[in-house]
Design a protein around this ligand. Structure first.
Ligand code: SF4
Ligand code: SF4
Length: 216
């Protein structure tokens, strides 16, 4: 899941300083799951902005804010509603959703969140970075564990030699991910494969901006 973090309320107010009427988009997918930009947080931000003298013209979420059909369909055009009623849109969606809104309205769009990383959720309390969307996935040969996102050096033929007692030399609070990869590969009977070098990654596949075209 793409994770986001809500900006401070004062920073949000500062970005809206020259406007009066504000329409707020939350996102009920990733932002809501992170408890940092769903409708619940959108209403909380709206309350704060009203206290600061702004007029809130709407607080809505199309569900997934990075899906244009949901933002603007013949039956329910939230972008038009926002554009016609407001001076500015405040989006609590990730960077993709917020840019999609900005590309399709004529009024300014500000973000109320920072997009962090692709993470896995634990205990409903925190997220850990598991993937950097490198475009050339290697985890079939590393026991289903990603060394690109989870080793600070992104080593695909680790470990680096600096690991001490299974801990990472960059951050001793972390297990060296290559120790965990080895343990996992032993558990699933793939340890001998660890001796095979992983071919160099094709980093041309991670040059921005990328595009995914769906087959007809
Ligand atoms: S190898 Fe690349 S695509 Fe696969 S999980 Fe890691 S970062 Fe993501
Ligand atoms: S100790 Fe392990 S996880 Fe840390 S940088 Fe070296 S290979 Fe990567």
């Amino acid at each position: 899941m793409v994770t986001v973090k809500l900006k401070s309320l004062d920073e949000i107010v500062e970005s809206l300083r020259r406007f009066n009427r504000v329409f707020i988009f939350g996102c009920q997918l990733g932002s809501a799951r992170c408890k940092n930009g769903g409708l619940r947080e959108a209403y909380r931000v709206a309350g704060y902005l009203e206290l600061k003298g702004f007029k809130i013209t709407g607080v809505k979420s199309p569900g997934g804010t990075c899906i244009l059909d949901r933002l603007s369909s013949p039956e329910r055009n939230l972008l038009k509603e926002a554009e016609e009623s407001s001076d500015v849109i405040l989006s609590l969606a990730c960077g993709a959703g917020t840019q999609l809104i900005a590309e399709n309205v004529s009024i300014p769009v500000k973000t109320g969140v920072t997009t962090l990383f692709i993470g896995a959720e634990r205990d409903g309390r925190y997220f850990e970075e598991y993937c950097i969307a490198c475009g050339d996935c290697v985890i079939s040969s590393t026991g289903g564990i990603c060394p690109v996102a989870r080793c600070p050096k992104s080593l695909v033929n680790g470990p680096c030699g600096g690991a001490i007692a299974g801990k990472c030399e960059v951050d001793p609070n972390l297990s060296c991910i290559w120790f965990r990869i080895a343990q996992r590969m032993e558990q699933i009977g793939e340890l001998p494969d660890l001796r095979k070098p992983v071919p160099p990654k094709d980093y041309s596949l991670s040059v921005y901006p990328r595009k995914l075209v769906l087959e007809e």
